[in-house]
Design a protein around this ligand. Structure first.
Ligand code: MG
Length: 441
């Protein structure tokens, strides 16, 4: 009897825990855009995202080994990261422009991370990680054209076209470079957010605010900070730029000194995290890497397949894990208790009648699939399941959700915001395929 009670308690616990781990993000927030100084989702709600930045992708620099699908899976599923940044090394040794071999290798690292981010329903920043991007404008145009052609229809992607300019002028160097690269991206992708670096290691956001790019929509500007070095004066500058009407994304921040060393500056980091939360600033922490320096989130030798325990994280890594895990800027209404206006008939939260029906196309009692009253698709896998994945396709064949390597017994997918139509759910379990048809009226 005791044993049964114990089992029931354990099941109840894992059910709660597992559901919280399995929230989709891009499938809810969809196409992002810039509205004044904020990022808004497809429902025009202000949102912000938090996640890690990978280290320079350059071959043999050490950070390259973490450009794996498994690492992206892990930070999505264990850290609850809703964004990740792929920092493609460009012009330094082992970088994209240094040899044909390095070009292919770096490009593959970036697309591995993009593909895994899409699979994990996350946003992903594709970063041209250079301090001299204006010297490689032609190459940047070719690179971003290729990325936009391949991924521009996808809401997951953000383009970061210049990581950290040095002491070069905004108006005569960075802005003209940015406008050329943006024009090339917009040939293939008319809407996804493009982030532009600012002078002095992306600290002079005031220069961009004084002379912003106005020929294109959905442009944001980069600010970087390291809490051990940068304090209130940089927050004041960022806030002034936002008040002037430009959007800021902190594509890189560290808990330590600006050279990547030093200990975690806890008080200063707390002030910065509060600031980013208060002003809805999307951010990525530098860096998801095991280099022996303060800024690294991982201890030397940490696995390149994720599954890190607490002891695999550095002091900074433990701090950052908590920041990302507890970030609330991208909660979907079910999680937050509802952020939509109930008076608004357009509101995606508004109940619709009749709603969703589900047909089982090839029944198997091992898998329990149903739609609950809250319009959530519930997928319950059998005990001791292995090698499970599921995909939801729209009628047009677009992959709306893809969970591969499912590690939770019960998954929950919100369907409230799906437009009326037919959807196909395919669940793969061991070597069997289970198909379901959803009709939303
Ligand atoms: Mg697009």
């Amino acid at each position: 009897m005791k044993k049964i009670l114990y089992l029931i308690l354990m099941c109840g616990f894992s059910f709660q825990f597992l559901i919280a781990q399995n929230q989709g993000k891009v499938s809810y927030h969809g196409q992002l855009s810039i509205n004044g100084s904020k990022i808004v989702n497809q429902y025009s709600d202000t949102v912000s995202f938090a996640g890690p930045s990978l280290f320079w992708s350059n071959t043999w620099w050490g950070g390259d080994k973490y450009y794996t699908a498994e690492v992206v899976d892990w930070v999505a599923q264990d850290w609850d990261a809703t964004i990740i940044r792929a920092a493609m090394g460009v012009d330094e040794s082992g970088g994209y422009l240094t040899s044909t071999t390095n070009k292919t290798a770096n490009y593959e690292r970036i697309t591995t991370v993009i593909d895994a981010a899409i699979d994990n329903d996350m946003y992903v920043i594709v970063d041209w990680h250079s301090h001299h991007a204006e010297d490689y404008e032609t190459e940047a145009i070719a690179f971003f054209t290729a990325i936009a052609q391949e991924y521009g229809d996808n809401p997951n992607i953000m383009y970061e076209i210049y990581n950290e300019p040095l002491e070069v002028p905004w108006s005569t160097v960075i802005k003209p470079y940015a406008e050329s690269v943006i024009a090339a991206i917009r040939e293939y992708d008319t809407d996804n957010i493009i982030v532009v670096g600012t002078p002095i290691w992306s600290q002079k956001v005031d220069d961009a605010a004084a002379n912003p790019i106005t020929d294109y929509d959905n442009i944001a500007y980069t600010a970087h900070f390291y809490a051990g070095t940068h304090t209130q004066w940089l927050r004041d500058r960022i806030l002034a730029a936002m008040n002037d009407g430009i959007a800021i994304i902190i594509t890189e921040w560290g808990t330590v000194d600006s050279d990547g060393n030093g200990g975690v500056a806890t008080e200063s980091s707390n002030a910065w995290v509060d600031f980013m939360k208060e002003h809805d600033i999307t951010n990525c922490n530098w860096a998801l890497n095991d280099k022996n320096e303060g800024a690294s989130a991982l201890v030397p030798g940490a696995s390149t397949a994720g599954y890190w325990s607490d002891s695999d994280l550095t002091t900074s890594g433990k701090y950052v894990y908590q920041v990302i895990k507890n970030w609330e800027g991208a909660l979907i209404p079910d999680e937050s208790g509802g952020s939509q206006d109930p008076e608004n008939p357009e509101d995606p939260q508004e109940p619709e009648e009749p709603v969703v029906s589900l047909d089982n196309l090839n029944h198997d009692e091992n898998v329990n699939v149903f739609v609950n009253n809250a319009q959530q698709l519930i997928i319950q896998l059998p005990d001791n399941f292995q090698n499970a994945s599921f995909v939801i396709y729209s009628q047009q064949g677009q992959k709306l959700v893809h969970e591969h390597n499912v590690r939770v017994q019960t998954s929950q997918v919100p369907l409230q915001n799906y437009v009326p139509g037919l959807y196909i759910v395919i669940i793969r379990l061991h070597n069997t395929i289970h198909q379901y048809k959803i009709i939303k009226k």
